[in-house]
Design a protein around this ligand. Structure first.
Ligand code: PLP
Length: 395
């Protein structure tokens, strides 16, 4: 499908990137092979030198992985995409491909927990330092810039409080100083938000979440212009955290239904958020699709809907929040998100359990907070499951 750019997203999701072999298979083939055979010594030499395009070794490329990369790039509106073994290896590859010892990152202070650990512990040891600033305050990002700042890194909406970072405003600040902007687009996926079109330079994904959508495999990706992804590719080819062909095949099939799932899960989440907001045992709901969200207006200018993550505070603290979780028979008590099966977590004792209570309170993650990643179950069943525990609060 060479004329990919002319097609609508629905078409790209099921058609972009497909390459058929001599056997004419209709579904995309899984090429479970670690190396590729050359016709002659001369061809091997040309492939190794890069003089001739083609596969060499699966750490460099694999046709199933290439199909996934091309399809995701088409959906993100990116010139190129490089797939990785996980979301974390995508972030690691992006940083190590573009930054060196002495360089500095400005990042949102409400990032995925492992990203915070990567920046503040592992990368700090290599001499790449990070300043964390509030996602919602562009002036704080501008003030944190140093002569050695090379990267702005953000997630929007944030986890678990669904804060919205203004991608256009942050890109304008960064580009004035020649700083790259990378957005972790895991929560919205290209179906709801296209960071590159809003001014970001690079997009990273944990494909483990919505792109798989059925909780099976780990995967990640970096999307952007070829001049930037080329460096990421060179890092991966040497350092090795490439996506496996099997995982690529699962994720490639996941992309085919991504739009249907994300739109249906978002609509389900919007209804659940409105129901929670009206519930007498709920103190506060965090959902960008609600008019009560402090950045509802900004969210509407950069994402197509509120997404499928809803957080809320119960009236009470840890015992009441745990009561809601423990009375769920349907919702899965698990930290994964993006699955068609709805999941529930208590951030203060799980994903954010290792930060000090003071830092947690400063970040607004209270003991009564719960996060739900809404799936495809019937709305009435989700409400009944949550109401079982909610109705007991204060009873
Ligand atoms: C899960 C997640 C990651 C890490 O992805 P893995 O595939 O688990 O390595 C990064 N960013 C966000 C926002 C995530 O939710």
């Amino acid at each position: 499908m060479s004329e990919a750019t002319n097609y609508q997203p629905e078409t790209l999701a099921v058609r972009a990137g497909q390459q058929r072999s001599q056997f004419g298979e209709h579904a995309e083939a899984l090429y479970l092979t670690s190396s590729f055979v050359f016709e002659s010594a001369a061809q091997a030499a040309r492939r190794f030198s890069g003089e001739e395009e083609g596969n060499v070794y699966a750490r460099f490329s694999n046709p199933t992985v290439s199909m996934f990369e091309e399809r995701l790039a088409a959906l993100e509106g990116a010139e190129d995409c490089v797939a990785t073994a996980s979301g974390m290896s995508a972030i690691m590859a992006l940083v190590l491909a573009h930054l060196k010892q002495g360089d500095h990152i400005v990042a949102s202070n409400s990032l995925f927990g492992a990203t915070v650990q990567l920046f503040s512990n592992i990368l700090a040891r290599t001499g790449i330092t990070t300043s964390f600033v509030p996602a919602t305050d562009p002036a704080a990002w501008a003030a944190a810039i140093r002569p050695e700042t090379r990267l702005f890194f953000l997630e929007t909406p944030s986890n678990p409080l669904t804060e919205i970072a203004d991608i256009r405003a942050l890109a304008a600040i960064a580009h004035e100083r020649g700083i790259l902007v990378a957005v972790d687009n895991c929560f919205c996926t290209p179906i709801l938000q296209k960071p590159l079109a809003l001014g970001a330079d690079l997009v990273v994904h944990s494909a483990t979440k919505y792109i798989d959508g059925q909780g099976r495999v780990l995967g990640g990706a970096v999307c952007g212009p070829k001049k930037l992804t080329e460096e990421v590719f060179k890092y991966l080819r040497t350092a090795g955290p490439t996506l496996s062909a099997f995982n690529a095949w699962v994720l490639l099939k996941g992309l085919e239904t991504l739009q249907l799932r994300v739109e249906a899960q978002s609509a389900n989440a919007a209804r659940l958020a409105a129901w929670l907001e009206a519930h007498p045992k709920v103190a506060r709901v965090y959902y960008p699709g609600l008019a009560s969200h402090p950045q509802h207006a900004l969210a509407k200018t950069q994402q197509k809907s509120g997404g499928a993550i809803v957080s809320f505070e119960v009236r009470g603290g840890r015992p009441e929040a745990w009561g809601v979780v423990d009375h769920c028979r349907l919702l899965s008590i698990t930290a994964n998100l993006g699955d068609v099966k709805t999941t529930i977590t208590h951030p203060a004792s799980t994903t954010h359990g290792r930060i000090s209570p003071e830092a947690r309170a400063a970040a607004g993650i209270g003991e009564g907070l719960l996060r739900i990643a809404v799936g495809l179950e019937a709305q009435a069943d989700l409400q009944a499951d949550l109401d079982r525990g909610l109705s007991l609060i204060g009873a």
